[in-house]
Structure formats: C-alpha cells, structure tokens
Write a protein that binds this ligand. Sequence first.
Ligand code: NAD
Ligand code: UDP
Length: 330
Amino acid sequence: MRVVVTGGAGFLGSHLCERLLARGDSVVCLDNFVTGSAANLAHLAHDPRLEVVEVDVTDDIDVAGEVDLVLHFASPASPVDYLKLPIETLKVGSIGTLHALDLAQRTGARFVLASTSEVYGDPAVHPQPESYWGNVNPVGPRGVYDEAKRFAEAITLAYRTTHGVDTGIVRIFNTFGPRMRPNDGRAIPNFIRQALAGEPVTVAGDGSQTRSICYVDDLVDGILAMADSGHAGPVNVGNPHEISMLALARWVIELTGSSSSVEHIARPVDDPTVRQPDTTLAVELLGWQPRVEIEDALQRTIEWFRQEAAHGLDLPPLTPDDTEHILSGH
Ligand code: NAD
Ligand code: UDP
C-alpha cells in the first residue's frame, strides 16, 4: 500500500511511519514540523519507500500518484502546544481535515481520522462509550482543540455520507512512549524529565484527577487494525488502565529511583476530572486490546528518556540545515 501520514514527524505519526514501512508499505509523510521534528524519522531516512514533505496541510495537500490510505494525524496534541497555537489548531482540525479528505476522495483511498478522548470533554459518563456525546466548553481554553476535533469528526462523516469516501474515526486516549518531547508539557514526559533531573515533580491540583494511559506500540496496533477494517467508527482506542495523576507521579519517581519530591501546582482551567475508555467496540469490531503492561511501558519510556538525556535531553531544535540534511537523506 501507499500510505499518506499527515503529522508523520510527530510522536504518534513517526511510530506509524515506522510500523507501516516495517510491514512493507510505502509512506508519504506530510508535516510542517510545528510540534514534530524530522529527527523523529532520521533513523528511517535511508529507506527509499519513505518520502518526507514539509508542508502545512492547511495550505494544500498535493500528492501525486496512487494513494491507498490517508492517516490524518496532523494537529498539536499537548495542551501546552495547542494553547500556544489556538488558531493553527482550529485550522488543522478543520481546513487540514478538509484537505486530507479531498485527497482521499480524489484517490479513492481509505481515510482514518485521529480524533481524541477530548471530544468527551469533562465527562459526565464514566467510563466513556462512543455513544456518549461529551461535555465540552466551546469557549474555554481547551475548546480550540476539542471543537476542532469535533468538527473534524463531523466533516469526516459528511464525506462518507455525501461523497462515499471510505472513512474511519478513532478516538485516541492518552498515549505515551519514546519520542515524546521532554518539554511538550504533557504529564508523563514532564514527570519523567523532572524525576530524572531530580527536580520537583509537578502535580496539578491535588492530583486526584485520572487519565487512562496506553503504550504507543499498542496504540499503533489499534490504529492499523482500524485502517485495515472497513469500519466507520468512531471507535475508542486506548488502555482502560486508569490512574490518578498523584499516583502516576509517585510511580514515576519510584521507577526512576529519583529523590524528587511532589510539588502541587495550579490545576488548568477545564481540566477533565476523569477519563477512561470503554473499549468494548474496539475488542468486538477490531479484535484489538492493549497488551503491554503499564509498568513495563513506563520503564521502556524512562529508559528512552535516560538515553536521550545522556545525549543532551534539552537539545535546541534542529537548524534548518540539519532538517534539510535529514529530509534529503535518501
Ligand atoms: P505531536 O504534536 O507529536 O504530532 C503532531 C504532528 O502534526 C507534528 O509532527 C506536527 O508538526 C504536525 N502538524 C501540526 N499541524 C500541522 C499542519 N498544519 N500541517 C502539517 N503538519 C502539522 O502529537 P501526537 O501526540 O503525535 O498526536 C498526533 C495526533 O493524534 C494528533 O492529531 C492528536 O490530536 C491525536 N491524539 C494524540 C493523543 C496522544 O495521547 N498522543 C491522544 C488523542 C489524540
Ligand atoms: N498534569 C500534571 N502535571 C504536569 C502536567 C500535567 O499534573 O506537569 C496533569 C494535567 O493537569 C491533567 C493530567 O495531568 O490533569 C494529564 O495532562 P496531559 O497534559 O498529559 O493530558 P490531557 O490533559 O490532554 O489528558
């Protein structure tokens, strides 16, 4: 297959590109590197089946030739990122999704949208089944991300019903693993970076709020199972392993052998109180469920961060020359 991955230089996108190449597909990665990096694909740059194109998908998507599958993953995803990039986030969820759908329509490709558990907002139903409509504040700070993804879901369905595009929607729950930016602001990379540096680990509020956390390898299995199916979704893809942020912070401190203390910081506005996927549909429709134990997943991620730290954890961003070199690597 020839697969177009928007956001392919990001955390999830780079793991998808890697897995697609490993199973024999060709990959066209479209990315503007706003929150991702060509460095995430550097280890694959020798592969002639990988094409990396620097483009903002809200401007245009112009991919020549046959396309079998479009995985639309371009979007800032960390709250710190999307709060810094509110308009860009709304544009990539709306105009970017429109362009990616147009590409799928033109080429007859299947289209899979990376939606999010954020469409459930601060949920009044727990755990969240796909039939739950959510509790989102459109004019709160998180609205720029949540409403962009809700629009993206709506237009994806409209292309299915109006233009007959073969679409699928996955609602991804908090996922972690190697290649998360240590300073992207999300809880797990923050906790690991702080614990490894011996800094206080910052827990928002009293830390009783929960998330359900999934290892990236499991997530990629779920996405590809959805891509290979003909299902429209939405389907929740995530690990139901639910944990409070305080317990997670203490667990990371223990696993890193750190002497860091916990420091309580202000809770962000509209921060969801609980979140856990009901994965019945994923199991029934896709035969998918996560396999990696969370302790094992945290250890693998910590190990990756440790090795990155040995090479200088907070390296400055790549220069344009570095990026060019990586892009032209084959
Ligand atoms: P990420 O920030 O690491 O990756 C996003 C990628 O999209 C980056 O490489 C970025 O440069 C690129 N991008 C953003 N705007 C673009 C544009 N206009 N044109 C081209 N490229 C653009 O984030 P991630 O965690 O890998 O998330 C990837 C996708 O999965 C996002 O759509 C996100 O909403 C979704 N998602 C992720 C999670 C998670 O836990 N990681 C949870 C739910 C949903
Ligand atoms: N959080 C925290 N400390 C941090 C970063 C985040 O306690 O240094 C909290 C955050 O307030 C939220 C949870 O951890 O309650 C998950 O946040 P994250 O940004 O990882 O993801 P999201 O809110 O999008 O689920």
